[in-house]
Design a protein around this ligand. Sequence first.
Ligand code: SAH
Length: 514
Amino acid sequence: MKTKGTSGSAPGKHRGSGRSEGNRGNSNSKGKKEVPAWMAGLPVQIGQQYEAEIIGISHDGEGVGRVNGFTLFVAGALPGERALVRVEHLKKQYGYAGLVELLAVSPDRVSPDCVIYDECGGCQLQHLSYEAQLRVKRQQVVDNLVRIGKLAVAGEPTNGRTGENGDEEQGQGIVVHPTLGMTDPWRYRNKAQVPFGEERGGLIGGFYAQGSHRIIDMEACLIQHEANDEVVARVKEIGSRLGIRAYSEETGSGLLRHVVVKVGFRTGEVMVVLVTNGVVIPRVEEWVAGIREALPAVKSICHNINVRQTNVIFGDETRVLWGSEVIYDYIGEVKFAISARSFFQVNPVQTEVLYGKALEYAALTGGETVVDAYCGIGTISLFLAQRAGQVYGVEIVEEAISDARKNAELNGMTNVHFEAGPAEVVLPEWTRQGVRPDVIVVDPPRKGCDPALLATILELRPRRVVYVSCSASTLARDLRVLVDGGYGVAEVTPVDMFPWTVHVESVVLLESKV
Ligand code: SAH
């Protein structure tokens, strides 16, 4: 695929962990500063260099290194590599080290395609080949199931990992399938939120340098749809021509804070949102004319006002400057309206893969009652409603529920019922009203399911539970509860929703054993 990184240098994400600050006084200080006794007793010392064997990859994408039995996280190093590292920061059980030199290079190492990869915090795995990423993501799910969930996982021939954990459980345990990846893992995002600033009198727009709020100008983000780059480039030109000032976080002055771009992959429709620190955009007619002329795909130009000193992007008020209030896109056959503020999955291609798997696991035949807990704007609910008798969706954010209802209407679906509230409260209410789900789908935020919701699931005992998860650790914790309550984990499929980043989603099928 790409050219391999060469040894003798430290390619990709090697700028250190940024965690060295706290111990700076201790390093190389030749006894001037006291090294605490616990630190002096560790097998590695701050400021010293060591040869590390990299044996894994952390959930942040750092290499997990071993030196004299001690664990050091090494940004930029990959499993299977050997590296010279310099210790930057120590805790009692582990530490962080910078990559000085690679001594043995992984065959999975590639040189990142993106020119700003080292500076930007957006992607963490561009130095790892895509196939290897998919393997690593699957392994993270497996490791969490084993370590946190204490669940037996079947040995996987596709995985090929041997060693510590071994694969003794061949033929037994939970089947974790290979990660479902993208055929083309670039340009997959449909939403960009680009901070704007000024440099030498002109507008710049790009990203915050890793771990800071310094804006770095950017021409292209390779995981964004091309339209996003195009819109941002034109807005910079138009804004500079019209003499608009960018907002400064330091002084609180200036107008343009962010430009948010949304793209309907299937429809080609584009929305541009100018987020400003003030109610009035000077020469607003010229803005609208400029954007319309340069970007014919734009169907909606909105203005969001955010005068607060905060790093939350949107303020409360959104106005339509020109065109439609929403753009549309599809997931499968289901149509969705996307407004400036509404949540929509950012990788529409893989969302279809993820929900397709959820639908397959739900095994609907047409008459079932289904609950979709944590339903957001109803994406999964509507997807399932195509094959179910009745779907009940619950979500804590009122605005999302109002979007969900509109989306049901947009698709002429009458067999869905949405309610705003905590899932752990609403599900028992539905139960009291006589709702008896055959299938419950959960898609909780990173913190996982509320224990009360899991208890209700165990009481209701639907035949199938489909768990869609964005955090393998809380997934493993919750699966343990469901397994102890009499469910069996039938299979797990990791899905790569965010190529080149460390995030991994999975879909799990649980079946009641009683
Ligand atoms: N299934 C949706 C969204 C999943 S994200 C989709 O695929 O688009 C998780 C959602 O859970 C968020 O929308 C969040 O607002 C919601 N949420 C968080 N805590 C909740 C709770 N206690 N009860 C119901 N919904 C909750």
